[in-house]
Design a protein around this ligand. Structure first.
Ligand code: CU
Length: 68
């Protein structure tokens, strides 16, 4: 099990937080997603078959790319 916090500059309101939490938690292997509007971060706990690569790809797809 891994927990990673990503910086996501596009988070601007509670809707963003909701979208990220609901979309990322659909990914198989993701245990929890906590997005923070003020910090513009998402803390994601996951295990295989999820991976950082898959999570970042999904976040880009839904227009919340992780900061480089
Ligand atoms: Cu928003």
């Amino acid at each position: 099990m891994s927990t990673v916090t990503y910086s996501i500059p596009n988070i601007s309101c509670g809707h963003c937080v909701h979208t990220i939490q609901s979309e990322v938690s659909e990914l198989e292997g993701v245990q929890s997603v906590v997005a923070n509007q003020e910090a513009k971060t998402a803390t994601i706990t996951f295990d295989v078959p999820a991976s950082e690569e898959k999570i970042k790809a999904l976040l880009s797809e839904i227009n919340y790319p992780v900061a480089a």
